[in-house]
Design a protein around this ligand. Structure first.
Ligand code: ADP
Ligand code: MG
Length: 364
């Protein structure tokens, strides 16, 4: 064999080796990006179930768990020394220095309070406590005591300063960020994962779902929405990418009073009683977890008509409403990504101002 042939052979062998190596690397990388890493934990009085795909998933999940613990420590209303606890137990009328997380979260919650005409009110805590929703020792309070406690309810009096990161609350007022805490936590986790280069994750925060990107194969996530009348069943499935899907339901936490009636944990700040708006479940779908969380609670209080009005005004979220008489309503933007469950029939709420319902979608 001449020298030239030998060189040719060596070069071809090298090329084959290189190609094989590249193929191996690509298939390993594909396998790795398709690998799910999961973590379950109990925090903020609920179960978290996190699923992250791709390289470094295990480390990313550890960081997520640390972040959840950090936020839990800041937001706990009962944990002595937490930021929220210190706002509720001021030594004097001075501003309380808090973390940026708490200050910004309060600012967002107050904005949603304004947008929903006070249906979301983070100062309801004294009334929630009177009902026993903070401890689980439920009772129907005297009408007079609710009336007296409502004197202490007015979110407009809470003054965050997001330059100095301080909060001023009038004496006797107490805040509780339970209506927005999980949504905010979801936003923080998505930010953390994005910064680490994660492109595919699904986070279940006590039934509130936060998705990052699509599934690793590019297909949207499928998120089931519970049937509020039979929470073990689903009323349908939403297909979403990069969205928060957050539900407030009367079925989530309630007690049956001595009078045989059910009383749930979402109160109407207007009268201090469980919201009686005709809605039994509200799911909000959007880009921001904190906004979806705040809105789901507020729309539950506001009722269908006002919820539809706000939906058309805001234009940055979609929703799914269930009424106490068994009606299911979904907004136009969900029409192509919602699959109705068996026995359910959804009516579509148009985004525009045209009255009435445009079309119907039936479950099989
Ligand atoms: P969950 O946290 O059960 O998923 P929500 O996000 O709707 O449900 O939050 C309900 C919690 O918010 C209640 O447990 C209570 O602490 C608080 N809350 C109840 N009603 C209101 C309200 N109108 N405005 C602000 N917070 C509320
Ligand atoms: Mg909420």
């Amino acid at each position: 064999m001449c020298m030239e042939d030998r060189i040719k052979r060596i070069v071809s062998a090298l090329v084959v080796l290189l190609v094989m190596g590249a193929v191996l690397l690509v298939s390993r990388e594909r396998r790795e990006t398709q690998t799910a890493h999961t973590k379950d934990l109990f925090a903020m009085d609920t179960f978290f179930s996190l699923k992250v795909y791709g390289f470094g998933g295990e480390d990313a999940l550890e960081q997520c768990a640390e972040r959840i613990r950090e936020l839990e420590g800041l937001l706990s209303v009962t944990g002595e020394g937490s930021d929220v606890w210190r706002i509720n137990h001021p030594d004097s009328g001075y501003r309380i220095a808090v973390s940026a997380d708490v200050c910004l979260l309060i600012e967002s919650a107050l904005e949603i309070g304004d947008e929903t005409y006070g249906a979301l009110d983070i100062t309801l805590y004294p009334v929630l406590r009177e009902w026993g929703f903070t401890t689980g020792e439920y009772r129907i309070p005297q009408a007079e005591s609710i009336q007296a406690l409502l004197e202490k309810v007015d979110y407009k009096k809470i003054k965050p300063d997001t330059e100095e990161m301080t909060v001023l609350a009038p004496e006797g007022m107490e805040i509780d960020l339970g209506a927005v805490a999980k949504g905010y936590t979801g936003d923080c986790l998505v930010e953390l994962l994005r910064n680490r280069g994660v492109t595919s994750a699904i986070l279940d925060l006590g039934g509130n779902i936060q998705t990052l990107g699509a599934k690793p194969d590019g297909v949207p996530w499928r998120v089931a929405v519970k049937d509020p009348f039979e929470p073990d069943r689903e009323l349908g499935v939403l297909e979403v990418t990069d969205k928060a899907v957050i539900t407030s339901g009367g079925y989530e936490r309630y007690f049956t009073g001595e009078d045989g009636r059910d009383y749930w944990h979402i109160l109407d700040p207007a009268d201090g009683y469980p919201a009686d708006s005709g809605l039994v479940s509200v799911t909000v779908v959007g880009d921001s977890g904190v906004r979806c969380d705040g809105l789901s609670t507020a729309l539950f209080v506001m009722g269908k008509e006002k919820a539809v009005e706000l939906y058309r005004q805001a234009g940055d979220f979609e929703m799914l409403l269930v009424t106490e008489d068994g009606g299911l309503y979904i907004t136009e933007g969900l029409e192509d990504c919602f699959e109705c469950g068996g026995g359910w029939c959804a009516e579509i709420i148009p985004a525009g101002n045209q009255p009435g319902i445009r079309s119907k979608m039936k479950g099989v």
